[in-house]
Write a protein that binds this ligand. Structure first.
Ligand code: C5P
Length: 236
């Protein structure tokens, strides 16, 4: 597949058209950003690691009935996906209080939640991804009420698969962010990446953070943590 026109460039990925109008090529970059791009960095192999983790997880999610945009991994840093229109809503699923949720509610990081919490944010770098709710998304015509119900159901299904998947690999899935897209048929599918950039992973034994929080808070060993997460995902 040859790269066509650059369609979108985000902080960690580029999306290109392909000769087939129903398919896009996604390139994973080595750049890392945090705090809405106020903090920047990069390391060789980051894009390849996140591409490999996402490309390993998506077929497993398809296997348990979650429709996704994923078609195939093309190279170390590239994957082929179905062309979708992204719903401009970041969907966060939380199992344990951490990050902005812990801060906002005055909770200690690591406080368990009696049930998963699904939150929505408006995907806007300019506004810093503000928290919204279903009414907001419907009123601004980003999605229908039915779309939002389906998105919530799929997000919880993803959590229902990933939590034990990582649990069996010695990792606690604390929280993660998903994005959804619409196919021309109107079907909602899981899109974007699932990687240490978009999830909080804590080692079940040591409690060590194995995700982008190492970069966000200068904890060191970022590259090693991402590499270790790829090994855990690839573990039988
Ligand atoms: O910062 P916060 O606690 O709201 O993040 C919740 C989860 O969503 C974390 O796993 C974080 O990595 C992810 N996230 C993301 N992209 C954003 C915001 C959060 O992947 N723009």
């Amino acid at each position: 597949t040859t790269r066509g026109e650059l369609r979108y460039e985000g902080k960690a990925k580029r999306v290109y058209a392909t000769p087939n109008p129903t398919e896009y090529l996604v390139e994973y970059k080595d750049e890392a950003t945090a705090f809405n791009a106020q903090k920047r960095g990069s390391w060789v192999g980051k894009g390849a690691t996140n591409n490999a983790i996402t490309a390993a997880l998506y077929p497993k999610l398809e296997g348990v009935g979650i429709p996704t945009h994923f078609i195939a991994k093309l190279s170390d840093t590239e994957q082929l996906v179905k062309a979708v229109t992204i719903v401009p809503v970041e969907v966060i699923v939380r199992n344990v209080a951490a990050g902005s949720f812990a801060k906002k509610l005055g909770l200690e990081e690591g406080t368990p939640l009696a049930r998963p919490v699904v939150e929505y944010c408006y995907k806007s770098d300019a506004l810093g991804d503000p928290l919204i709710n279903t009414d907001t998304a419907v009123a601004l015509e980003w999605a229908t009420e039915g779309d939002m119900a389906r998105i919530r159901e799929l997000a919880l299904q993803v959590n229902g698969f990933l939590t034990p998947f990582f649990g069996q690999r010695g990792i606690r899935l604390i929280d993660f962010k998903l994005e959804f897209g619409k196919l021309p048929s109107g079907q909602l599918v899981l899109a974007d990446e699932i990687s240490p950039d978009t999830c909080r992973f804590w080692d079940a034994e040591t409690g060590e953070k194995m995700d982008k929080d190492r970069f966000r808070h200068d904890l060191g060993g970022v590259e090693e943590a991402y590499g270790e997460m790829l090994r855990r995902v690839e573990q039988a």
